[in-house]
Design a protein around this ligand. Structure first.
Ligand SMILES: *Cc1c(COP(=O)(O)O)cnc(C)c1O
Length: 441
């Protein structure tokens, strides 16, 4: 029993964490690629199992009533920073917590949360930040479902939005923020969040995160400024780390590069504890947490994240070098070959690699693009990206088919734009495949 004067005296320390986490050897801070093999897990707590078991349980037994009380204080937000112990699988679980610890290593984030999909992560972030009358400011274009969520679904609850094109200058962003502030005041709300996606899909236009942070400081000062959230799915966590450039919340579809094997759907959100606490509270309420099996698969994936992304990036560089001067190719939207000064400047300040997802403009129109796609042998014809296998799709006829013609034209989504995600195959085999498919056009 707990002593009456100290209700927490009998609360055991959470048993999940290793007693002595190894994060440094001598003065040397270990790199993420090393930490992915063991960080946040102690085999001693699981019968010596080298890999964490998958904890298939809906609920967790408390060691005593005081522990139950203390853990629930964390779940309900009475105590910030999440629960001190495991409670119920809609709130937390060992697999999800180890995954969250490992995920936060890459972006050097204070805290991380994992979700059942990229979209459930985005929805939970927005629900945690947006109220009736508020204005969402976002870069455009966004992932189509995110656009639907902000523009249509939140609209049903009295939330409005204003957007700026991905390549906008800091002064253009600042004047849009001023406009948003006025709009919010008129609607009895506030500017709730600045939501970015960079690079934008499928144009690969980059957002100047540092520039947006400057514009925010100019318009809102430092207190009560809306948080900057960014969907970092295309370049993160290896090639772009937005928390270091002024973003507050980083969002991933873990379905893509992080999962990396096209065999799961999940999402992640990272940032400071202060920003994660309200998001965790909504996740606890609505149950958008990732399941333990998927969390386990993601830990498996994180062990090879750097290997896979590095190889895919090198492959893309070789394939794009081949495609660049090919007579059947009209152009490339690849971050390794930027032909715009301000975009190059953003890239140099924010990115450490060009990624492996790019746009290939085939000479001709839809018929030529169809012929190309139908002739590819190694590359699979499928949407999604970031997997071990190379994928190709035609946004105008697939992911963006419901976008009105005018908006599609404004976004540069033409009938000959083939979207490619390069995998980890042998690069010369990939080049041979592109070569024979282009020959058939
Ligand atoms: C795929 C994707 C999403 C949605 O993620 P899901 O895991 O499919 O829910 C969001 N943003 C970007 C940039 C994506 O590529």
């Amino acid at each position: 029993m707990a002593k009456q004067d100290d209700p927490n005296a009998a609360v055991p320390v959470t048993r999940r964490m290793p007693k002595a986490p190894i994060e440094k050897i001598g003065g040397r801070k270990l790199k993420p690629a090393t930490l992915m093999m063991g960080h946040g897990y102690d085999p001693e707590l699981s019968e010596g199992a080298l890999k964490p078991p998958i904890f298939l349980t809906s609920t967790f037994a408390f060691e005593n009533a005081a522990a139950g009380k203390r853990f629930f204080e964390g779940i309900t937000g009475k105590r910030p920073g999440g629960s001190d112990g495991l409670v119920y699988s809609r709130f937390n679980g060992p697999n999800q917590e180890i995954l969250e610890d490992r995920l936060s290593v890459w972006d050097e984030a204070e805290d991380a949360l994992v979700f059942s999909s990229g979209m459930s992560a985005i929805t939970t972030v927005l629900l945690a930040n947006v109220n009736q009358g508020d204005v969402v400011v976002h870069s455009g274009p966004l992932y189509a479902a995110t656009e639907t969520l902000i523009n249509k679904i939140l609209g049903r609850f009295g939330v409005t939005f204003l957007d700026f094109p991905a390549g906008a200058s800091p002064s253009e962003v600042a004047s849009l923020l001023e406009q948003a502030k006025a709009q919010a005041a008129a609607n009895g709300g506030k500017v709730a969040i600045i939501y970015l996606e960079s690079p934008a899909n499928p144009t690969n236009a980059l957002v100047d995160i540092e520039g947006v942070a400057d514009a925010r400081r100019q318009v809102f000062g430092t207190d009560n400024a809306p948080p900057i959230a960014i969907d970092n799915t295309f370049l993160g966590p290896l090639w772009q780390q937005p928390l270091k450039h002024g973003a507050d919340i980083v969002i991933y579809s873990l379905t893509k590069y992080v999962g990396g094997h096209s065999d799961l759907v999940a999402g992640g959100v990272l940032g400071s504890k202060a920003h994660m606490d309200p998001i965790r509270a909504i996740r606890n309420t609505i149950g958008t947490i990732c399941d333990p099996n998927t969390a386990w698969m993601l830990m498996r994936s994180l062990e090879t994240l750097e290997l896979r992304m590095t190889r895919a990036g090198e492959n893309a560089e070789k394939v794009c070098a081949f495609l660049r001067d090919h007579p059947k190719v009209e152009g490339l939207g690849y971050l390794g070959f930027i032909d715009n000064k301000s975009q190059q400047d953003i890239y140099d300040r924010h990115c450490s690699g060009a990624g492996s997802t790019f746009s290939l403009f085939i000479k001709g129109g839809e018929a030529e693009a169809f012929r190309f796609l139908d002739t590819m042998k190694i590359a699979k014809l499928a949407v999604s990206l970031g997997g071990t296998e190379t994928l190709a799709s035609l946004p105008a006829a697939m992911t963006h088919i419901s976008v009105p013609d005018e908006r599609r034209a404004a976004l540069g989504i033409t009938d000959n734009l083939v979207r490619i995600s390069i995998g980890v195959e042998d690069p010369d085999d990939l080049i041979a495949d592109f070569d024979q498919a282009l020959a058939a056009v």
